[in-house]
Design a binder for this molecule. Structure first.
Ligand code: ATP
Length: 364
């Protein structure tokens, strides 16, 4: 039986709580014997203690592992001398260092979760925000210019190679799905500001070139500002949305708010060799250490880690375990007692985790 090494970085704030929950759940699956967890430090707490937010050994450990599982990192008050947050260096440098160019953020209204959008039921909202993860405005991280306290400039980077590969990924994802819930059509929406900036006009041009290779999938366009309106007014129209790094960061938070909030939002950051899995939320320091954080987003991210490993290694056991974890999450949330405070319930992080593990046990 093949075994997989999982690099674990717990991080800051609620990071250790939600990451611990995901590991407990993974250890309760039938594939637990195949998973070997190796912990590494990184984040704001580590920076405060050592002056290093992302040690070299952590980068090397993540690089050689079969997959990386993370809680969340960063604390607003722990900053570098230039004023930027130290802890988020981990996620950002990992993306660039391992070329994790595709950030897949599934937006799905699950049974038992009430949407803030009026009248939307489970099944009505089910799309993916595919965020380009290594270029765009965030490519300028650490390389912008701040001049004499008078001005600052960051550059927006869009390359042909970076755009082709993320758009291709979007169409491949759409091909593997069942289409938008509203009309069943497989559709990829290009979200940009092609009307204002050359970078985005270029992104759209490359999108069109790649779209020509996928005549079976509908192509669609939305400006980023209008996109925020569409996501609220007619989310059932969307299937896969592909967009630049910063736009993806922003619209995926809005999207998460329509399906139960940040705690319900998983995320996978994928390159050709490495995969990094964490919930889409940050370290939420105001609720840290209180056993009230919603662990489901991180648990669902762990399920997508199993899926990704299953695909890479043609390992059907892992695929089965991924489905089982998703079903167990749905079973846990279906009962009011399994809902955390952000979902309108009163379950603690530990209770919610216990319910997922119980549901996994009942299904075996
Ligand atoms: P970052 O910029 O690092 O992504 P952020 O500033 O977007 O972080 P988050 O830490 O994601 O902020 O928190 C946003 C809001 O969502 C906060 O009100 C936080 O308490 C809430 N939140 C985030 N994650 C969870 C969770 N797992 N459970 C419950 N509430 C959460």
């Amino acid at each position: 039986m093949r075994s997989y090494e999982i690099a674990v970085v717990q991080g800051d704030g609620i990071g250790p709580e939600v990451c611990g929950a995901a590991i407990e759940v993974l250890k309760a699956t039938p594939v637990s014997n195949c998973l070997r967890f190796v912990e590494y430090p990184a984040g704001a707490g580590h920076y405060r203690a050592t002056g290093d937010a992302f040690p070299r050994e952590t980068m090397e450990g993540c690089r050689k592992a079969d997959a990386i599982l993370h809680g969340a990192a960063g604390l607003p008050e722990v900053t570098f001398p230039d004023g930027t947050e130290a802890g988020i260096d981990f996620g950002l440098r990992l993306r660039f260092g391992l070329d994790l160019y595709a950030n897949v953020r599934p937006i799905k209204l699950r049974p038992g979760v009430t949407s803030v959008l009026h009248g939307r039921k489970p099944g009505d909202i089910d799309y993916i925000v595919l965020r380009e993860n290594t270029e765009g405005l965030y490519a300028a991280r650490g390389a912008g210019v701040s001049l004499r306290g008078e001005m600052a400039v960051d550059s927006l980077v869009v390359t042909r190679k970076g755009t082709e590969r993320i758009v291709r990924k979007a169409f491949e994802l759409a091909r593997a799905r069942n289409g938008a819930p509203g009309d069943g059509k497989r559709r990829v929406t290009c979200c940009d500001k092609a009307n204002v900036l050359r970078t985005y006009a270029f992104f759209r041009r490359v999108f069109d070139e790649v779209a020509d290779e996928y005549p079976d999938i509908e192509r669609d366009y939305a400006y980023a500002d209008a996109m925020t309106v569409h996501m609220v007014e007619r989310p059932e129209r969307y299937d896969v949305i592909v967009t630049e790094n910063m736009f993806g960061d922003i619209i995926s938070d809005l999207a998460a708010a329509t399906v139960g909030g940040m705690g319900m939002s998983p995320s996978a950051e994928l390159g050709d060799r490495n995969g990094f899995f964490q919930a889409a939320h940050g370290s939420a320091p105001t609720i840290a250490g209180k056993d009230i954080a919603n662990p489901y987003g991180t648990i669902l991210s762990a399920a997508s880690m199993l899926d990704w490993l299953a695909e890479r290694h043609a390992d059907e056991g892992l695929r089965g375990a991924a489905r089982a974890v998703e079903r167990a999450v749905d079973a846990a949330i279906a009962a009011e007692a399994g809902r955390t405070r952000d979902l309108g319930g009163s379950a603690s992080t530990r209770e919610a985790t216990r319910r997922v593990i119980d549901a996994l046990g009942a299904a075996q």
